[in-house]
Design a protein around this ligand. Structure first.
Ligand code: FE2
Length: 212
């Protein structure tokens, strides 16, 4: 069963601008897709969605920042899709959010399962997405080798530390797909990040606060 799921779920990492990542997640069986973070320019993601003959069913915003949600309106105009985000970040997101997701909530798309985790710290309503217990899309919560900044409006060192603890409790074999290309590689397994990412290694809020 797991093997079948893996074959039917596909994820593509798409570079937007200098260093933002969008993700196109889709089910090969139903041809339904979800675009995670359209970014400030969703042209490449929408083109890819068209090339693959996918039906864009969901747009997921990991948080409200412009470089992740800026092109929402254009995606909405071109597609009959539902927008997903946390209630807390929704007011700052351009377009009305159709589905508010809470911590632990699951949405299925064909044979693809998407589980949402509330990870505040970068913004108060930041979310990560676990796709089919295989991929962990971390937005600006966790980067390869670092975590998102906590000094912007809505950010919190305490909340970020708690969110990183939450991510640390997840299985090592998840593949971390970050919201920015800030690391020495574009993705990594969570087990390795637990060993090398200074923000995951930090074992107290005090230590974390010194390095973040
Ligand atoms: Fe951000």
């Amino acid at each position: 069963m797991l093997q079948k799921q893996l074959l039917l779920m596909v994820i593509e990492q798409i570079l937007v601008g200098q260093d933002n990542f969008s993700y196109l997640v889709y089910c090969e069986e139903t041809k339904q897709s979800a675009l995670v973070d359209p970014g400030s320019n969703a042209s490449r993601a929408m083109k890819r969605n068209g090339e693959l003959n996918l039906d864009l069913k969901y747009v997921i915003n990991t948080h409200h920042h412009y470089d992740h949600a800026g092109d929402n309106i254009r995606v909405k105009e071109a597609n009959d899709c539902k927008f997903i985000a946390s209630r807390m970040d929704s007011e700052k997101i351009p377009v009305n959010i159709d589905i508010f997701v809470a911590d632990g909530e699951i949405i299925n798309m064909g044979s693809v399962q998407m589980k949402f985790i509330h990870t505040p710290g970068h913004t108060s309503g930041g979310i990560c997405v676990i796709v089919d217990d295989k991929y962990l899309l971390t937005g600006d919560t966790l980067f390869i080798g670092d975590c998102g900044r906590t000094d912007l409006p809505g950010g919190s060192n305490e909340q970020m530390y708690a969110s990183l603890l939450k991510l640390k409790s997840l299985p090592d074999d998840l593949i971390v797909y970050p919201g920015h290309d800030y690391g020495d590689k574009v993705f990594d397994d969570l087990g390795n990040q637990k060993k090398v990412n200074k923000t995951l290694i930090a074992d107290s809020l005090d230590v974390f606060s010194e390095i973040s």
